[in-house]
Design a protein around this ligand. Structure first.
Ligand SMILES: *Cc1c(COP(=O)(O)O)cnc(C)c1O
Length: 303
């Protein structure tokens, strides 16, 4: 974690960054923290193979592949180029290169299925798991994006690394375990969490409320009230994986002022959100931007 002096001056806030883009597992990113706990559970279960699913440009799958390599497990995933129902497929995020390229290095067994819905993708992963089990493999299933109570716990612990003193923490948010975990870490303190959505789906807030309720029951702590789950859909731009003008402006601002790259899918939108919310006066004071990684998306391309 370090201060961003030039942007502090420009934005008129005391501005810091948490560098989860510089963590382990194949180039880093927020999925590494989730995997630390998920893979411990996979190992404890005696599994020989892990099955999951995601988009072709999934950062989670790339990092999962690296984690499986470290532990000597097979990694089998179902992927869809564009499982995003709300995205016009003509402007959909590029599916080749980037994470899809890196996946090969870890020997990830990718089963690319035709575009459809997230539910269809999860059904395909379920069928893959069943097939492997019928072949005698011991399978550990990991949900989309690794989102589970363990993933939330990973970010409760991450929050403790930061400690007190921030007015705001801003993070990209999608499956929500990052935001919900940080929310629980700072529950009842002065520090407020703001999630900036990468998906144009208003019902995500309900998913975050539900994830917090599940975590609360599992961990024996109070759930986050809905009013503590601050979540903005205003910076998604044209759709998931497709940056808007404000995203590109924000990425340029970060790289030219601080020499730090942001990705077009998550962290670029989150920083655009931070700039927008500082501009409107909603966010001020001592602010921490949680850099969630995603660098490979800069090298994604159309097939
Ligand atoms: C997955 C991901 C996110 C979103 O994290 P969630 O915990 O799923 O909300 C943000 N940024 C990057 C780079 C990611 O890969």
């Amino acid at each position: 974690m370090h201060r961003l002096d030039r942007l502090s001056l420009q934005l008129g806030i005391d501005f810091w960054m948490k560098r989860d883009d510089l963590t382990g597992f194949a180039g880093g990113g927020n999925k590494g923290r989730k995997l630390e706990y998920l893979m411990a559970e996979a190992q404890a279960s005696g599994a020989t193979a892990v099955v999951s699913c995601g988009a072709s440009q999934s950062n989670f799958i790339r990092q999962l592949g690296a984690a499986c390599a470290v532990l000597g497990m097979r990694c089998i995933v179902a992927t869809m180029d564009s499982p995003y129902e709300t995205v016009d497929r003509r402007i959909a995020a590029p599916a080749e290169g980037g994470n899809a390229y890196l996946d090969r290095w870890f020997g990830i067994e990718r089963h690319r299925v035709p575009d459809g819905t997230w539910e269809e993708l999860e059904t395909r992963a379920g069928a893959l798991a069943a097939l492997l089990e019928s072949e005698g493999e011991s399978v550990f299933r990991i949900p989309l994006g690794g989102s589970s109570v363990l993933a939330v716990q990973a970010f409760v612990d991450a929050g403790r690394e930061v400690g007190a003193g921030f007015d705001w923490i801003v993070t990209a948010s999608s499956s929500g375990s990052t935001q919900v975990g940080l929310g629980h870490a700072f529950q009842g303190t002065e520090t407020k969490i703001y999630g900036i959505s990468a998906d144009p789906e208003p019902e995500i807030v309900d998913d975050l409320v539900e994830l917090s309720a599940r975590y609360a029951e599992w961990a024996g702590v109070p759930a986050l009230p809905r009013s503590d789950i601050r979540f903005s859909l205003d910076f998604v731009g044209p759709g998931y994986g497709v940056p808007g003008h404000d995203t590109e402006h924000a990425r340029e601002l970060m790289s030219r002022r601080e020499g730090i790259l942001l990705d077009p899918v998550y962290s670029g939108k989150a920083f655009a959100g931070l700039v927008g919310l500082v501009g409107s006066g909603e966010i001020s004071g001592r602010v921490l931007f949680w850099h969630t990684g995603g660098l490979p998306a800069l090298f994604a391309r159309q097939s």
